[in-house]
Each structure stands twice: as C-alpha cells, then as structure tokens.
Design a protein around this ligand. Structure first.
Ligand SMILES: CC(C)(COP(=O)(O)OP(=O)(O)OC[C@H]1O[C@@H](n2cnc3c(N)ncnc32)[C@H](O)[C@@H]1OP(=O)(O)O)[C@@H](O)C(=O)NCCC(=O)NCCS
Length: 180
C-alpha cells in the first residue's frame, strides 16, 4: 500500500469535504457535527488552499492511496501558532497515514517559521493522543465541559502543544521573581 502525501488543490475539495463529512458522521472523533454546512466548509477549505498557494500562513495536506483521498491535515498559522486538524478515513487508520501527515506538517511548519503547533482532542481519542505524543506534543490543558454539542451535552477537551522554537528568549519575568 503506497501512500502519497501532497499539498491539496482545488480539485480535492469534494473529496476533502466527503472525508470530513464521513468522520463527522461517526460522531465521536472531531468537533464538526453532521449535517455539515457544506458550502461554508467548502469556502473555508478553499481559503486554506489559496493561502497555501500564496505563502506560508496555511497548509492543507492530503494522503492518497491509488488516487483516492484517505487522509487530510490542515493548519493555519497567522501569528506563528499553527492550529492542527486532521482526518484519516475509517478503514485506513492505525496504518501510519496520520504519522506521515503530521511529519510533513511539522516540516512545513519549521520552514514557515511557525514557533508552535497546537490542537485539541476529545479525552477518549487515544489513537490521536498516541500519534501526537509520538511527535513530541504534550498536554497543556484539560478543558472541562468546553464544547456544546447539538444534543445540548457539554464535552471536555484536551489541549496539546508542540513548541518548535526553543531558542528565542522567554518572557521577561521568571517564576519566583517579583512581577514587573
Ligand atoms: C487520529 C488519526 C488522525 C490518527 O491517524 P492514523 O493514521 O490512525 O494514525 P497512525 O496510524 O499514524 O498512528 C496511530 C497511533 O495510535 C496508536 N493506536 C492505534 N490504536 C490505538 C488505540 N486504540 N489506543 C491507543 N493508541 C492506539 C498506534 O499504535 C499509533 O501509535 P504509534 O505510531 O506510536 O504506534 C486517525 O485515527 C483519525 O482520523 N481518527 C478519526 C478522526 C480524528 O480523531 N481526528 C483527530 C481529531 S484530534
């Protein structure tokens, strides 16, 4: 099984939205819920693809097997912090496709001068957690009853971050020192 990771183009929009809709339809992995606002999502994906083509503030990657789109990863980094979201199609998970996408995304981020990656996952998403930890992401917070779902329930989320720039000076006041 040969997986190709490449930048998304406008021609991928329908398959990108189909994948997002299918994963959202599973109901337990991503924030998006069905029915999706397909036109709104199309506009957002197109914007990401256009930003990607124009410069360094966004990237939209796809994973392909035999010409079929089986995974995607998007990041926006308007102020050097890239928020990561990704999907791998049911039936293709646990086979390293997510890892291939994240690896490419981190390479893009380093080249784009991004200083930090951030993301959120649901507390039970152990596969996502394992993938992110493998690349050095660490938990930065647990958000209790954070997101309202369409059925009215409130779901917790876990925030993770990966610092890429450890060399820039930190904030001016060190722990234990008096405030400015
Ligand atoms: C999360 C997701 C993107 C990961 O992509 P993937 O292709 O399945 O990931 P990989 O195969 O590269 O890696 C999965 C890792 O989870 C581990 N894993 C698999 N099943 C697991 C489980 N049930 N519990 C814990 N770890 C698990 C694998 O061993 C692997 O870790 P390793 O590389 O250290 O061995 C993908 O599963 C997915 O799209 N899921 C549904 C949507 C989703 O959750 N999106 C992310 C929202 S934050």
């Amino acid at each position: 099984m040969a997986v190709t990771i490449r930048r998304a183009t406008r021609d991928d929009l329908d398959e990108l939205l189909d994948l997002r809709e299918a994963v959202a339809g599973e109901g337990v992995w991503i924030g998006a819920q069905v029915p999706l606002d397909r036109e709104g999502d199309r506009a957002k994906h197109l914007d990401t693809i256009e930003r990607q083509a124009a410069g360094t503030s966004a990237v939209c990657l796809v994973a392909e097997i035999d010409g079929a789109l089986v995974g995607s990863l998007a990041m926006h980094a308007p102020i050097g912090i890239a928020h990561l979201g990704m999907n791998v199609a049911d039936g293709h998970r646990g086979q390293g496709i997510g890892a291939a996408l994240v690896e490419e995304a981190i390479e893009w981020a380093r080249g784009a001068g991004v200083h930090k990656l951030e993301l959120e996952h649901w507390p039970w998403n152990h596969r996502a957690r394992a993938l992110y930890e493998r690349f050095g992401f660490v938990e930065e917070g647990y958000r209790r009853r954070q997101y309202r779902r369409k059925d009215g329930s409130l779901w917790d989320s876990v925030v993770m971050g990966l610092v890429l720039d450890e060399d820039a000076p930190g904030h001016p006041v060190r722990a234990g020192e008096p405030p400015i």
